[in-house]
Design a protein around this ligand. Structure first.
Ligand code: GUN
Ligand code: ZN
Length: 432
């Protein structure tokens, strides 16, 4: 018989969507709570005293006042950009040409791709992130390197080969046919294997010909359980570029829509400068948008209208966008989301920020029944937050009049020191 683990602490409990209904009705923090883990899944969540009584044989880990959260879900990252994070002085197109493409070329070496995948996943785990949805490079072996590194750690992940057949260095470009063939063979190998899922991944319409977008639209139609991830309306010069390359498109979104690259399982990163037709179409189709606030300020892209899009019931995820984003930390990313929303006149509540980093991102990735929530049947990926991880945070939390006031300083000022522990599929993760 397998041993059960009983995890005690305060739990972050999600029963609804605090972006579309009052947060008090959707989210709660419960004191003296417990989570029972069995065979990699959450078996029960309830009062600590009751669960202790019911499961005297369980192995107990008592986290006291620490906050037991679902593992953080980072809904848009580029693991190959790990080594160029925090590169100075460029906006999107120059940043891609100066820093990103040269680094992505280095991942033509599968050994280097493996080293970066290991480094990336260890950094993410150290920051409490248990699931990421990543772009690889255009090299198929970079997809294998990522999924193999994730498999070693037993992580639930999503990734795909980044497809490009123009406006990038020749050695990073494939063709329409190669993008189709290589993506197909990768998804046939990885999609649904263990905890891996595949995302069909055109980088963005400026680096794909119409023929490539059409081929990837056809592939997605043949494999509709895969996600399709790409970038949308991140920066104004990018939008003008896309419009020039696709003169018959009604808007940027239409450069994807024309080729069947929109739908429930479409995940668009950034989506800052949207036109009203685009918002209507996204809301109508059920496509998800991913907010990347540290990236959007770091690369100088703009301020996403999170409140406005949530009001249209668009599923929203949250992401670091490593390495356009300036951090591996979803705590830092929640802080940036708060700051960006403030600049647009909305104060996101800590309950909403934590939701976006867990159940919200899981929903955006169509994993809402699998991860991101502490409830029976969910996979047991947990992140335990120390709410007094530094003297500055501790003195602020000590003055808190309620639990949200105690959590907010960790969201705003916390880093990897706030990550007390991480559990992956029911097992405590131990570094290295
Ligand atoms: N648009 C196209 N490629 C990228 C990328 O790698 N990072 C960001 N932030 N935006 C992109
Ligand atoms: Zn990106």
């Amino acid at each position: 018989m397998s041993v059960c683990d009983l995890i005690l602490g305060q739990t972050f409990d999600v029963s609804g969507n605090p972006m579309t209904s009052p947060w008090q009705e959707a989210v709660a923090v419960t004191r003296d709570s417990a989570v029972l883990l069995k065979d990699g899944r959450i078996e029960q969540v309830g009062k600590a005293s009751a669960l202790r009584r019911q499961h005297p044989q369980a192995r107990v880990t008592d986290y006291g006042d620490r906050l037991i959260c679902p593992g953080f879900v980072d809904a848009h990252v580029h693991y190959p950009q790990t080594a160029i994070i925090a590169s100075w002085g460029k906006q999107l197109i120059d940043w891609l040409n100066t820093y990103t493409f040269p680094e992505e070329l280095r991942l033509s070496d599968p050994d280097y791709a493996g080293i970066i995948a290991d480094r990336y996943l260890d950094l993410s785990l150290a920051h409490g992130t248990t699931t990421v949805c990543s772009y690889a490079t255009s090299h198929p072996a970079s997809v294998d390197a990522f999924f193999e590194a994730a498999e070693t750690r037993n992580l639930r992940t999503i990734a795909g080969k980044t497809c490009m057949d123009r406006n990038a260095p020749d050695a990073l470009c494939d063709t329409a046919q190669r993008a189709y063939d290589e993506s197909k063979s990768l998804l046939e190998h990885w999609h649904g294997r263990g905890r891996a899922q595949y995302a069909i991944t055109p980088r963005f319409s400026p680096t794909s010909t119409p023929a490539q977008l059409e081929a990837l639209g056809a592939l997605w139609a043949e494999h509709p359980t895969c996600l399709m991830q790409t970038h949308l309306s991140e920066q104004v010069p990018e939008i003008e570029w896309a419009r020039g390359l696709f003169p018959t498109a009604r808007d940027y979104l239409d450069t994807y829509e024309m080729y069947g690259l929109i739908g429930e399982r479409a995940v668009f990163g950034h989506a800052i400068h949207l036109e009203s037709r685009e918002i209507d179409r996204i809301a109508e189709t059920g496509a998800a948008l991913v907010h990347c606030p540290t990236s959007n300020t770091f690369i100088g892209s703009g301020l996403m209208d999170v409140a406005g899009l949530a009001a249209r019931s668009v599923p929203l995820g949250l992401a670091t966008d490593t390495g356009g984003g300036s951090s591996f930390s979803m705590l830092r990313t929640m802080a940036a989301a708060y700051e960006v929303a403030q600049l647009r006149g909305t104060a996101l509540h800590p309950a909403q920020l934590l939701y976006l980093a867990t159940a919200g991102s899981a929903r955006a990735l169509h994993l809402q029944d699998t991860i991101g929530t502490l409830a029976p049947g969910y996979e047991a990926d947990l992140t335990i937050l120390d709410l007094a991880s530094t003297p500055a945070i501790a003195q602020r939390a000590a003055e808190a009049e309620n639990v949200w006031e105690a959590i907010f300083p960790t969201i705003m000022m916390g880093d990897d020191r706030a990550i007390a522990d991480v559990w992956i599929a029911g097992k405590r993760w131990v570094t290295g």
